[in-house]
Design a protein around this ligand. Structure first.
Ligand code: SAM
Length: 269
C-alpha cells in the first residue's frame, strides 16, 4: 500500500496517493485473461476497469448493484475486491453465464454475491439498501441492425446479429430512442431510491448512432440522472485502444469511430 490512509475517509479504503491516481479524467481500459470467458455476451465490461471503480467508490464489505448484469463482470470484480454484490438481468442465458464465470473463480453464489433473474424495474424495490451502483444499459436498439453493422464484415471475432432478448421489458427493445430513455430513467429512479445517502452511481455508456445519426447519448443520460435527483460528479473517458478502426464514411464524409466509453459518475446528495 502506497501512502497514508485518512481515518476521515468514508468513501473507500484507499490511501491519499491511491485515491489521487483514480481521479484522472482519462483511463485506459485494461484486459485480463478472465475477460475472455464473457465473450458469449455482446458487450461485457472488462474486470480490471470495474475493480478500479469499486475500489474508488466503496469500502470492503459494502453492497454493489448492477441492474443490467449481463455476463456478471460486476459480480466478479466485487468478489475479487471483497465487496458484496447483486446482479439483475432479464436473460436466463446471461444469468447462467454469470454463474459459470463465478463458479470458475470459486465464488459462492447466494452468499455475498447474488444473481436475480428478472426485470430490474420490478426487482430493485425488493433488494436491500445499496452502497454503489455500477452498470451499463443496452445502447437503445443498436444490436438489432439486421446484420448490416460492423459485425457483418467478417473482421470481428464475434459476428452476426446479436441482441439481448425478445422481452418487451428489455431496455434494448424499445421502439424509439426517447422510449429507451424513459424506461432506462424509470429503472435508474428505482436505483436512486435504494442507494444510501452520499453514495455513488456510475454508468458506462458511449455515444452511438440512431437511424444513422450521431446522438449525444452520454449528455442525455447525464440530464436524465440529474432530473431523478442525482448530482453529476464528472465523467471519465475510458479509452479502448484495441478496438479496430472502420472507414465508415470514407472518402465522402467524416464518420467517427467510437473509440472510448464514458464513465458517468453521480452522487445521491
Ligand atoms: C450492456 S449489457 C450489460 C453487460 C454487462 N456490463 C457485462 O459486463 O456483461 C445490458 C444487459 O441488460 C439486460 N437488460 C435489458 N433490459 C433489462 C431489464 N429491464 N432488466 C434487467 N436486465 C435488463 C440485457 O439482458 C443485457 O444483458
Amino acid at each position: 500500500m502506497k501512502g497514508k490512509y485518512d481515518k476521515r475517509n468514508k468513501i473507500n479504503n484507499l490511501t491519499g496517493k491511491e485515491w489521487l491516481q483514480l481521479t484522472k479524467s482519462v483511463w485506459i481500459s485494461e484486459r485480463c485473461a478472465e475477460d475472455k470467458d464473457a465473450f458469449e455476451h455482446p458487450a461485457p465490461f472488462l474486470i480490471k476497469d470495474i475493480r478500479k471503480l469499486i475500489r474508488l467508490f466503496t469500502k470492503r464489505d459494502m453492497l454493489v448493484l448492477d441492474p443490467f448484469m449481463g455476463s456478471g463482470t460486476t459480480l466478479i470484480a466485487s468478489a475479487l475486491e471483497d465487496r458484496k454484490a447483486i446482479g439483475i438481468d432479464l436473460s436466463k442465458k446471461y444469468c447462467e453465464l454469470a454463474k459459470r464465470r463465478l463458479k470458475k473463480l470459486g465464488v459462492k453464489i447466494n452468499g455475498h454475491i447474488k444473481i436475480i433473474k428478472g426485470n430490474s424495474l420490478k426487482k430493485i424495490p425488493e433488494i436491500d439498501k445499496i452502497d454503489y451502483c455500477i452498470t451499463s444499459p443496452p445502447y437503445h436498439n443498436i444490436l438489432r441492425n439486421k446484420g448490416m453493422g460492423i459485425r457483418s464484415d467478417g473482421s470481428q471475432r464475434r459476428q452476426g446479429v446479436e441482441y439481448y432478448s425478445e422481452y418487451p421489458d428489455d431496455v434494448g427493445n424499445q421502439k424509439s430512442y426517447s422510449d429507451f430513455l424513459v424506461l432506462f430513467g424509470k429503472i435508474m429512479k428505482e436505483v436512486y431510491k435504494r442507494l444510501r445517502e452520499n453514495k455513488y452511481c456510475s454508468i458506462i455508456i458511449s455515444d452511438f448512432t440512431v437511424k444513422k445519426k450521431e446522438t449525444n447519448a452520454h449528455g442525455d443520460v447525464i440530464k436524465l440522472m440529474q432530473k431523478i435527483g442525482f448530482e453529476f460528479s464528472g465523467s471519465v473517458v475510458l479509452m479502448q485502444n484495441s478496438k479496430p478502426l472502420y472507414p465508415f464514411g470514407y472518402p465522402y464524409a467524416y464518420k467517427i469511430n467510437h473509440h472510448h466509453q464514458y464513465i458517468l459518475n453521480f452522487r445521491k446528495v
